[in-house]
Structure formats: C-alpha cells, structure tokens
Design a protein around this ligand. Structure first.
Ligand code: 4AD
Ligand code: MG
Length: 471
C-alpha cells in the first residue's frame, strides 16, 4: 500500500483544461467533487467534476494500490485531490482519463445524508437546498451561463463606447412610481420616533430621510447619460411586489443603458441589437453548457436561440397589438381592451401564436406607464417600448424620456407623486436638457431565455421571493 502522507506537489490542472491535454504518460493533479463512483472490487471509476466545465474527468483507481478502507469516503459528493497519469481513454464520450497514483481526500459526503446522492431531483426540491444545488449539472451550467452573459454585457457596451455608471442601491426616490419598495432604516422598530403629527419621524433615521432599496437605477443613470453621453448600469434591483410568478423576483439584476441624443427608434434598434448580440455570444461561447441544457432541459432551446438571432423583431404599436388580441377570438384570463395593462398571456399570444417572432410593442397609453416617459402629440400615448420574447413575455422595458421640464413636472403632479425627492431629476431638464432614451433588461429573464429554464427561482443562485430568504 502507498504511503499517502505528503502527496507530490503538482500544480492543479482544471478539468476543462485536462480534457484537452494530449501529453499522455505525464502526471497531473486535479481536484474536484465526486459525481459518481462505480466499478468492481479491483478497480473504481470516479467521475470527477470541478465546476470548470459541464464534463467530468474519469479517474481510474486501482483499489489494491490504496486499500479498500482508505478509499471508502470516496462517494458521490466527496472532495478529493488526485495525482495521476494522463492516459487516452478507451471509454466512449471522453478523450482522456487519469490513472490515480496518489489521492488525498479533503472531505467525504455521507451517502446516507448527502441530499444529492441520487440524480433526478425535482426543481422544487433543489430550491430547498439552494446551498448545494450548484453541485448539480443543471445549476452549474446555469450559473456559468450567468457569468458568460454578464461578461458579454460589459463587452457589448465597452466595445461601443458606453461607460459603466454605478447608481446607488439605497435611494430616496421611487423611480417607477409603483410604490413597491423595501424600506431601509436603522430606526428601532419597537420604538419608532414620531413627529407631533404622529407620523414616523424620519429626520431621526440614518439618512435623516425616508430611504428604500432601489427599484431601478434609471433616474440616476439619466444623470450619467446627460454628461457622459452613453452609459449603462448593471446592478441589483428590489421590488416588494407580492407577485408569486415564475418570472418575478423580489431581488433581481437589471441592465439599464441610457443614451443622450437618441429617440425611441434608436432605443428599439439598440435593444434588438443588444439581445441578438448576447444570444449569439451564448451560442458561440457556451456551447457545452447549451448542448447539455438543450438535451436535458429544453429540446427546442438551440433552435429558439438561432431563430431569435436570425430574424428581425416585429415592431408595432400597442394600439395595433390590442386590436390583434381583441380580434384573436382567444379566451384570456385577463380582459384585453385599449388602455389595459398587458399580461404575460397577451404578450405571449402575440409572440408565440400570432407573429411567431419577438415583438417590440411601442406607444403605450400614458396611464399605464411611468411618469418619465416622453409624451406623444396625441396626448394619449407615450414613447415607451417593451420587447416581448417567446416563453418569457416582457424581457425589456424602456422609453424615450420626457425632456421638457414643464411637461415632466405636470406629469409628476398629475400622477400624485411627491416631487421633493426627485427635485434633482427635474432639474436635469432645466439645465442643458436633451432628448435621450434608455431601457432595462431583466438579467434573470435573459438567463431564463438562454438556458430554457422555466422558473426564475432557478436561474439565480439564492432567489428572493415572498416568504423566501433562507439562504
Ligand atoms: O419594465 P421595468 O419595470 O422598467 C424599468 O425599471 C425602467 N426603469 C427601465 C429603464 O427604462 N431604464 O423593468 C425592466 C425589466 C423588465 O422588462 C423585466 O425584464 C425586468 O426588468 N423585471 C423583473 N425581473 C425579475 N423580477 C421582477 N420582479 C422584475 N420586474 C422587472
Ligand atoms: Mg415593464
């Protein structure tokens, strides 16, 4: 039996690299987690995964060399380090394998209690072990895709002269005017200071004012665009809406480009080009993970991604869209009429059944959109645009901004908003105002689309939804 103390010190090779190697006969070191162990009493085959790639590396272990007892903790989930000789694999589906010379066991995973001992768990079950689900093939693929898409987003904007502009997470304004915000306070909730009028005395709070977690970086982002020309934000946003749907999170990541001297048509061009770039980037750079997801999660995934990249998005007005929906003869859960806020079922009907293409709807009724949107001459609609995607519905929401001070001020008043916390925003229309436009892409909705996953809780490592913030 081998003396296992003090393994030979070799630099670790990631499995993604090891699988490419051709220097057979040489010794390398790999480290990772055991996905499966099978074999007989003479030899064990360990499928080792280190997260660098969806594929496992096969480790061949001559049991006599190490002793049955020493190898016992090497079961699914265990973490090990292996020095072994690289050999050409005879098994199909893999090019190389390692013949183990030395093995160090970092940590076992008791087969009786390790929750991922067996395969084929439901997504619901895996949500309950969010701390361990990154160890599964599906979730590791999704999380790698999140990384690649984040990188592609920065690359897209950097290559086009946009600046990454950091907007605050704690704000005093309500960008969307929707009022569904998480408050940020250091006041003692058991003994809240009150004013003479009996209201909460926010002057005693940390910031001497009422603050909340941001619902969007847009308002501050506009200040960046009105100086740097083209900016984008990419950060977490928070919405305290009680929407328990497969497409809503209370904490999600949003990308918000904002461009000075541009109108809503430029905005739609940017949105379409941006989405196609990202999907194309995934097709070109995430092949292994996409092949896996296409095989295991959604058999039409690759086809759908190619389709979106290869076809123009349909652009039409909200008014035309509603007409199509009204004349469709389709039974919707929510009624559809001019002035109604569209639901995902309506959006998906237009995309999946009627046009069979991504759709950009624009010129929405003023009443259902935010205060900052540029008003059209008809006084009924605003230059808003939503990009609607198959299986997702709204993936992007944006608009040209109202850059006329008086019109914007009036809109704030008409919607009953408190103008005080956004005095600075209004002021940007007093000094050097200019046409500008921008949009927000929900990062997790993008990830839903590029992975074929169906629930937004399964495309972010630790989802925040109503009643759920355990991990
Ligand atoms: O349409 P929304 O609310 O637009 C804004 O926040 C604007 N300030 C954007 C802008 O013009 N700069 O949100 C933008 C996108 C949606 O299209 C959707 O993809 C995503 O953010 N989104 C959510 N994603 C997950 N969970 C939620 N609760 C979401 N709410 C919006
Ligand atoms: Mg929206």
């Amino acid at each position: 039996m081998k003396d296992l103390d003090g393994m030979k010190q070799l630099k670790r090779t990631k499995i993604s690299e090891a699988l490419q190697l051709k220097n057979f006969g040489e010794e390398i070191n790999v480290k990772g987690w055991v996905r499966t162990r099978r074999g007989n009493k003479n030899v064990s085959f360990v499928a080792l995964n280190d997260g660098s790639i969806i594929h496992n590396l096969q480790i061949v272990i001559d049991i006599e060399k190490f002793g049955e007892e020493y190898l016992k903790p090497i079961s699914t989930g265990a973490s090990i380090s292996v020095n072994g000789t690289l050999v050409e694999s005879r098994g199909k589906g893999q090019s190389v394998e390692i013949q183990a010379n030395e093995i160090e066991i970092f940590g076992g995973a008791d087969p009786l209690s390790y929750p991922l001992q067996k395969k084929g768990h439901s997504m619901e079950f895996l949500r309950e072990i969010a701390h361990l689900r990154p160890r599964t093939n599906t979730f590791s693929a999704v999380y790698r895709m999140r990384h690649h898409m984040s990188y592609a987003i920065h690359k897209y904007f950097n290559d086009r002269g946009f600046f990454y502009f950091h907007t605050p997470i704690i704000t005093a304004s309500d960008a969307e005017g929707a009022g569904s915000m998480f408050e940020v306070t250091t006041l003692n909730l058991n003994d809240v200071p009150k004013t003479k009028e009996g209201e909460v005395d926010f002057s005693k709070d940390f910031f001497s004012r009422q603050t909340n977690l941001t619902v969007s970086g847009q308002l501050e982002g506009e200040m960046g665009a009105m100086a740097l020309g083209s900016i984008y934000t990419f950060g977490p946003t928070f919405r305290a809406e009680n929407s328990n749907t497969p497409r809503h999170l209370a904490e999600f990541w949003m990308i918000e480009p904002e461009v000075a001297f541009s109108d809503n048509n430029d905005n739609m061009d940017l949105a379409e080009d941006f989405l196609k770039y990202l999907i194309n980037y995934a097709l070109e750079n995430c092949k292994e993970d996409l092949d896996f997801l296409n095989q295991m999660i959604d058999k039409n995934l690759l086809e759908r991604l190619h389709f979106v990249v290869d076809n123009d998005f349909i652009r039409l007005s909200y008014t035309e869209g509603v007409k199509i929906l009204e004349e469709s003869g389709e039974k919707f859960e929510y009624p559809v009429y001019w002035g109604a806020d569209l639901h995902s079922e309506h959006e998906r009907y237009l995309v999946e059944k009627h046009f069979k293409r991504p759709v950009i709807l624009n010129d929405y009724p003023v009443e259902i959109k935010s205060f900052y949107m540029k008003q059209n001459e008809d006084n009924k609609t605003v230059r808003a645009m939503d990009v609607l995607f198959p299986k997702i519905g709204e993936i992007i929401g944006g608009s040209e901004r109202e850059c006329d001070y008086d019109k914007l001020k009036k809109r704030v008043e008409d919607t009953g908003m408190n103008a005080d916390p956004i005095w600075w925003y209004l002021e940007s229309r007093k000094f050097g105002t200019a046409p500008h436009a921008g949009f927000g892409l929900g990062f997790e909705r993008l990830i839903l689309f590029v992975t074929g996953m169906t629930n937004i809780r399964d495309v972010i490592p630790f989802p925040r939804t109503p009643n759920n913030a355990e991990f």
